[in-house]
Design a protein around this ligand. Sequence first.
Ligand code: 13P
Ligand code: SF4
Length: 303
Amino acid sequence: WPFLAPYIARINALKKERNAVILAHNYMTPDIFHGIADVVGDSLQLAIEATKTDAQVIVQCGVHFMAETSKILNPDKTVLIPDMRAGCSLASSITGADVRLLRQKYPGVPVVTYVNTSAEVKAETDICCTSSNARDIVASLDSDTVIMIPDQYLAKNVARETGKRIITWAGSCEVHDRFSADEIREFRKHHPGVMVLAHPECPPEVVLEADFAGSTSGMINYVKDHRPAQVVMVTECSMGDNVAAELPGTEFMRPCNLCPHMKRITLPKVLEALEQMKEEVVVDPEIAERARGAVQRMIDFNK
Ligand code: 13P
Ligand code: SF4
């Protein structure tokens, strides 16, 4: 991408000047993923990396809840997001007040919150989870009934895997709930032998059609380990684009869907963020303190 090269050079130089690190999610476009990111990964990996960095500034190339998680874990650092409007349909589906009402309705039932939520929601929570540790965290809880919010599909997928009774919320990912089991079956009919990988934010009937379901990094590692001739990743389109060059023997097929929130993050906006030190992600210290407990318990679980 020759017209992007000046952006990449300028961003990489500014990172040094600002003592900044770029944490980029697997859904970023290849120019960001390969050109400027210091760390790439799924939500759990990015949260863990956020606890390890020495940089004074974190530029989060991802959506707002990811930047908030970095800030929760680093109250004294500056966390920037290149577009404040990069939201998430799951994060916007539930508020802290909703969680308090759930607790009143189901007293004593532990609350597991998907990391795709606001700091305010995390603050009302016992422990966070991501798609890569949701099953194990729910299984580890000493309770047959668990409140797991806000992704109804992830919750149903985890209920099937753990045998626990899960009380959930009506949230869903606008990218993954567009896939259907019929679409996957039809696709397999036309491409016999294709490997199908799905994200656990997909509806359970879609996950059941897949050969493997896992987090974004889980899917990438699965393809790297198995090197199929053809694969379809039932998730966001940048996933295949980012690893295709490394795996020339694998054809990455459609369907996939774009996340409009993730796609708000572009090279020009990252450059602007570093030049102007904007937009700063701020979390009320009292909320951050309470949310940190839930996020830290998740990180400790994975140690
Ligand atoms: P991962 O934690 O699997 O990277 O998922 C984040 C996300 O937003 C998926 O839609
Ligand atoms: Fe949220 Fe879905 Fe976009 Fe992930 S892909 S950030 S869950 S809207």
